[in-house]
Design a protein around this ligand. Sequence first.
Ligand code: GA4
Length: 332
Amino acid sequence: MVVVSHQAALNDLFMIKTCKSSSTMFTGVPEVDLSDPEAKTLIVKACQEFGMFKLVNHGVPLELMNNLETEALRFFMQPQCCKDKSGPPDPYGYGSKRIGTNGDMGWVEYLLLNINPDVLSPNSLLLFQHNPQTFRCGVEDYIRAMKRVCCEVLEAMADGLGLGRNVFSRMVREERSDSCLRVNRYPPLMCGVEILNGQNLIGFGEHTDPQIISVLRSNNTSGLQICLTDGTWASIPPDHSSFFVNVGDLLQVMTNGRLKSVKHRVLADSTVSRLSMIYFGGPPLSEKIAPLASLVSKEEESLYKELTWREYKNAAYKSRLADNRLTFFEKS
Ligand code: GA4
């Protein structure tokens, strides 16, 4: 439990945004069974309509997910001074409340890790030095499983769009793929609830994910919301045995806007802690990203110009969380 009566925590609390939100759950996000022969069609439809779907029958053992969750919680339960040895994030490592470097704040603490051992930053290396080997193994096993899930989903998606199966998956399968793993812990509010006056505290502010695809798994605690096409926020019912897969900005660009990079956020409105683990599948930094010619019909125009992932990522890191980063790609 977070001691919000502590002055420092109270000060932080009031620097974090709040919002009004209803507690009704939205059950309209499509569920896709990865072993279903129709999966490719359902995935494309869901990504066009919502930019997200729930993935079941994915073949990842619950034990593997629970194992990383347990290890992560063991890390987060350490005294603050121990956790701070693996931070601040540069951008990888341990972070608390500060998201990115441009002033965004959330009621969250997190670990951000690049999956490429060559890119392991000094702070993430320290993280593994100061924590049991079982943590590192849990991270490695989880990353391996997520890479497989990302590739299978991207292959089904490419198939569903009538493209070559490997057109997207080769980018995240590559050894130099710039993918990352984020573990977020949203502490419970407890006594903070009354002072918020019916408002919810923002755990992680609204944003789209810059990469190709994101695969999220959380414990059975609510909080995740997506922005529907009419601009309303819909609360996604949690399910600890499934994954929520969402389209990232690069996939929106490569499909010339056909698949939607969905705006989402997390509210910290519960009395129990929410823990989520998100794998962001990205291409190598030097990969050139542009709309695929076969998805731009003769009558249609290509909506975006070509950029490398490095250029886009650098621009994203200069932006605020809620900014529409896709404007960097738009043709002027
Ligand atoms: C959003 C998606 C991923 O969590 C992330 C985030 C990154 C960070 O937390 O360091 C960013 C954010 C995310 C987009 C804009 C920039 C960069 C914080 C921020 C303000 C790891 C990512 O790749 O982009």
